[in-house]
Design a protein around this ligand. Sequence first.
Ligand code: ADP
Length: 765
Amino acid sequence: MRKKTAERRFKRMLLALACCWTLLLAALFLWNTRHLKEAALTLAESNARMFWQKDMLYRMWNLSHGGVYAPVTEDTPPNPHLDVRQRDVMISGRPYTLLNPGYMFRQVAELGKELTAIQGRITGFDPKGPDNAPNGWEIKALLSFERGAQEYVEHAQDDGNPVLRFMRPIETEPRCFSCHHEINMPGKVKGGISIVMPTEKYFLQHRKNAEKLLAAFLAIWLAGNAMICLMARVIQETLRKLLQSEEQQLAILETMDRVGVGLHVVDKAFRVHYANRTTEKWFGYKAGSLCFKAAHGKDAPCALCGLEQVIDQKETVHHELRWHDKVFEVVAAPIVTQDGVPAKLEVRLEVTDQKRIKEEERKAQELRKAKEAAEAATAAKSIFLANMSHEIRTPMNAIVGMSKLALETQLDPEQRNLISKVQAASESLLGIINDILDFSKIESGKITLEETDFRLQDVLERMTALLQIKAEEKGLLLHVESAPDVPEALRGDPLRLGQVLLNLGGNAVKFTCQGRVDIRAELAGQQADGLRLLRFSVTDTGIGISPEQMGRIFHAFVQADSSTTRQYGGSGLGLVISQQIVSLMGGEITADSEPGRGSCFQFTVPFAPGSAERLALHESEQVAEAAEKLLARLEGKRLLLVEDNAFNRELAAIVLKRKKLTVFHAENGQEALDFLRSETVDAVLMDIQMPVMDGYAACREIRNMPQLQQLPVIAMTANVMEGDMEKSRAAGMNDHLGKPLDEKKLFACLAKWLNAAAAPAAQFF
Ligand code: ADP
């Protein structure tokens, strides 16, 4: 819009300029033409004057000689008006007559008229002859002479042709009296010489000159117009660029305004020269206002503007500004206003949200760090628990194993009683350690579920066998049943399911003094994907749990109350572990209880039906048979037992020697390597944590010996975490046995590896 208005104004200006130029040239042309004409007329007058002057000169010359004699011819007869004695003379027999100035002038004038068309004659009010009588304009001229005029000039038309009429008076002098006796008064105007000169050729010349002038003016006019056009183009282009740059500037300013960037220009006198809407909205600045007045309502400037720094020292400054509840990033730079005033251009960007987000991010990061620290602490705690359980498990291995072996020997009843109690106590301690280990596994997210086909009945039977003795001891009725519609074979983790049931069943027996404990499995439904929902419930008639206690029992290391801890013992981990396992299985445990009347714990988990149930059972039978046969072939095999704990070494040696194996000992990895360099064995049972050289390093060294690459190396450790098995495999071990050693598992494993000739190591994990 601005552009169009400016263009229109520019075009109007251009038109006006062209008109002025044309008018100026036209005026100049007219003025020049007029002067040319005047010059032409002046020239004609000058010529007439010269003509007159020349005539007078001739006349004077003639007069000064008292006339001249000229041969008498037809054209020059004797002057009849001249009355002198010597008018006609004979020279050399030829007649001559005296020509006085008037006569000669007439003669010359007549000749001139023929040759130059300029007519000249002498005239006066008192003519010598009728031919000299003045005509109309001559009378006017003579009259003007009488009034004192020195000259008469008139441009007129004669028969349609332009002529110049010129006349000057002739004054008499004494020399004239010789011929003009009638005149006796010198200085008296006798008449005048009139000249009529055609001025056609002067006008012609003038026209020609005017035409040339016109051509020249036209050329100048055209050149001028061309210059104007050129200038216009240049100006238009410059204007366009200026407008565009102005538009661009406006667009930038507008955009800055729209996106909420404040911008203002202030001079050293604190006068605001420009402020966009955003700045006006935030700080109340307006063009023309004083910034301190507008922003603070003060009458005196504030010191913090940095005006000198920016305007005088020409520095660009960058700082943060807090204004009420907002935060701004400010950049100020020197600028000169369009009026030439040095000023400060300040751009203000509101960053309140960014600041808040940054602050929130900082807090979130701190929280994250705190969380990570807490997780690290939890992980450290889990590692500590795992380590502790390992440390306790190692001697426990010896206690459990030794007491078991001792019970197999001949003992008197008191000894048997004592050793049985040692075994029972150590087994219970082992249970606690297992709980701690499970918990630490859960906490560090290392617990995983197995996926295998199993018979639910087997799980229930194993659990019943373990609970039955305790229940009988307390005189409780233990009733375990599985509803008929529960599938016989399921797919899942039977050990973990058994662990949960044993935990809940164990608690039920523990916290019930009289009455019964009912454990039931039933089908709760079937999911769309074919999974069967099994509900397990463990109900007792025990002490029950108060609603207030109920909120705490699923927390780690927490018992319902301290008195029960004292009375019933326990670690407070069982329910937490059970809950975690059930949740891993995709279910949830709920508890319902009434103090003094008993409790009911329930959980529902989905299981896929076991499809290969029979085959699995058949295979396990076959495996058992084969294992028996293989076991028989273990006799005489040479075994290296690498174990730093003397009790465990002894225990393992006793167990192994019973199956007639030859057992060699090494107390650490280095000793084992030294032994293997000189002796041959059929397999190595390798502890992991040992002084000097641990089991992993030793196994890696063994695998570096070409002749021992196929030697079965079985890890034997109290470290039974998932990662430990990975590490064993990575170190090149064939298999992994947990401590305390399970005799059955030990021999099954040995049978497998000692009979599997040259089987590749990794295949069996
Ligand atoms: P604990 O090793 O102490 O048994 P649990 O996590 O298994 O640890 O149980 C936590 C607490 O919940 C128990 O100490 C006990 O107070 C309460 N509790 C669990 N089961 C029962 C039950 N069947 N009857 C009464 N109290 C129970």
